[in-house]
Design a protein. Structure first.
Length: 72
C-alpha cells in the first residue's frame, strides 16, 4: 500500500532528481522514494549515542544555549 506525500523543493533539486530519473529510467517518484528510504535507513541506524548527541545539540541550538563554534 502506498501513500502520497507533497513536498516543496528548489527548482535546481527538482532538475537534478529529474536527470537522475531519466538516466536510470525510473520515475521521479521512484527516485524520491529510494532517496527517502536511504535517509530513513541511515537515520535509524546511527549509533544511538551519536543520534542522541545530535538531537540534544539541536534542542540547545533552538533554545539559544550553544555558543559559536571555534576551530582549534
Amino acid at each position: 500500500m502506498s501513500a502520497t506525500i507533497t513536498a516543496r523543493v528548489s527548482a535546481d533539486l527538482r532538475k537534478q532528481i529529474n536527470e537522475i530519473a531519466k538516466g536510470e529510467r525510473r520515475s521521479m517518484s521512484n527516485v524520491v522514494e529510494l532517496a527517502l528510504e536511504c535517509y530513513v535507513k541511515q537515520y535509524t541506524e546511527l549509533h544511538p549515542q551519536f543520534r542522541s548527541d545530535i538531537l540534544e545539540a539541536l534542542t540547545q541550538m533552538d533554545a539559544g544555549e550553544l555558543g559559536a563554534y571555534e576551530r582549534g
